[in-house]
Design a protein around this ligand. Structure first.
Ligand SMILES: C[S@@+](CC[C@H](N)C(=O)[O-])C[C@H]1O[C@@H](n2cnc3c(N)ncnc32)[C@H](O)[C@@H]1O
Length: 357
């Protein structure tokens, strides 16, 4: 019966002293404001204001309503501030950050292994797919072009990344993608809303992947699928062998763990999805193998995706005492050595699909 807009209306009238000024402040026409006021008074069966000599005065009921409104609105604004702080804290914990280099890295990553990860990323025409944690839209670009008759709602926690994603969408003229700011742990959608869900490189960064999967399952329709793609740094091997390079990779694993994530999550996707109640779960390891007969992968994957990613966490890993600077630098040199003549590099991604019954 009482809605938040009613609380705001009464509170604003009390603060600015007139209906005209309150309408301006609330971006309403005066007739819309009067309509809301009448609606409130008729719902409550009491008058909130009475007019004396063209001036508004609160009735006794109105005064009580105003006091409660101030208290409730104060609680709401404190709650909003707390939640916004929580969301900023989550972004601070995100180890790759939101730099221009990271945008380039995400795009290089998505492009260099697009066939390997997405040769089977098809959804039926007319379906509506939620893409969770779309970042700058590097995967969105690939899956939305591959499925022109599927509608994608792509969400992320970072406004800055979503702006970049929207620019990319507009430049490419993609008409089947909508970007939205949203937290995967509390999505602004009703139960059973989406036909399918797609998640790429998110669960490795969150402290409670099961809670994220639970929320994704909530908004998924029965009969719908969830597709999750994650890496697993424990699957990294290369030639020439180098203990310094392995230590640099392990430094990222430790750093991510310290931030609540799990860089080796790929191997755990099957048990995680099964425990979350998805059925018919199928895990599909996708191996990237690179040697100098595959120059696109040498550049796009070994150098610009994997080594760039490890390099990007170097300063933080060193400042937190996880690895010494000279050891880390040697590790990066050795990772780059695997991208030179005679070098080879191997890494496994896991693509896992499950269904909601
Ligand atoms: C490694 S990026 C992956 C982006 C994209 N999926 C891709 O593959 O290019 C991880 C993304 O997860 C987002 N993220 C982290 N926690 C999130 C949350 N709770 N809700 C929504 N997005 C989140 C980050 O902002 C970041 O954009």
């Amino acid at each position: 019966m009482i809605e938040i807009r009613h609380l705001k209306l009464v509170d604003t009238v009390a603060k600015v002293g007139s209906l005209t000024k309150a309408a301006e402040k609330l971006f309403l026409t005066q007739s819309a404001l009067s309509h809301q006021l009448k609606e409130l008074e008729s719902n409550l069966g009491v008058q909130v204001f009475h007019r004396v000599n063209n001036q508004l005065h609160f009735t006794a009921a109105g005064k009580e309503f105003l006091e409660a409104s101030e208290e409730i609105l104060d609680h709401i604004s404190k709650l909003e501030a707390r939640l916004q702080q929580l969301s900023r804290d989550q972004l601070k914990n995100y180890i790759h950050g939101y730099s221009e280099e990271e945008t380039k890295r995400l795009n290089d990553q998505a492009t260099s292994i697009s066939e390997l990860l997405h040769w089977d990323s098809w959804w039926p025409d007319g379906a509506c797919v939620l893409e969770a944690a779309c970042g700058v839209g590097a995967q969105t670009k690939i899956i939305s072009q591959k499925n022109p008759n599927v509608k994608f709602v792509s969400v992320d926690l970072s406004e800055k990344s979503l702006e970049k994603a929207a620019k990319m969408r507009d430049a490419l003229g993609l008409e089947n993608v909508e970007f939205m700011l949203a937290d995967v742990f509390s999505l602004p959608f009703k139960d059973n809303h989406f036909d399918h869900v797609f998640v790429c490189f998110l669960l490795e960064h969150v402290a409670d992947p099961s809670a994220a999967l639970k929320e994704l399952k909530r908004i998924l329709k029965p009969g719908g699928s969830i597709t999750v793609i994650e890496g697993d740094h424990g699957s990294t091997y290369f030639h020439p062998q180098s203990s310094a390079a392995l230590k640099a990779v392990q430094a990222q694993v430790e750093l991510q763990k310290g931030n609540g994530g799990n860089a080796n999550i790929g191997r755990e996707l099957y048990p995680l999805l099964t425990a979350a109640g998805f059925t018919d779960v199928k895990a599909n390891p996708r191996v990237v193998y690179v040697d100098d007969s595959r120059p696109d992968l040498v550049e796009g994957f070994t150098r610009n995706t994997f080594t760039a990613m490890i390099k990007g966490v170097g300063d933080e890993a060193v400042s937190k005492g996880i690895i010494r600077k000279n050891e880390f630098d040697e590790g990066i040199r050795d990772l780059l050595r695997t991208a030179e003549g005679g070098g080879t590099f191997c890494y496994t991604f896991f693509k896992v699909v499950g269904w909601k019954v």
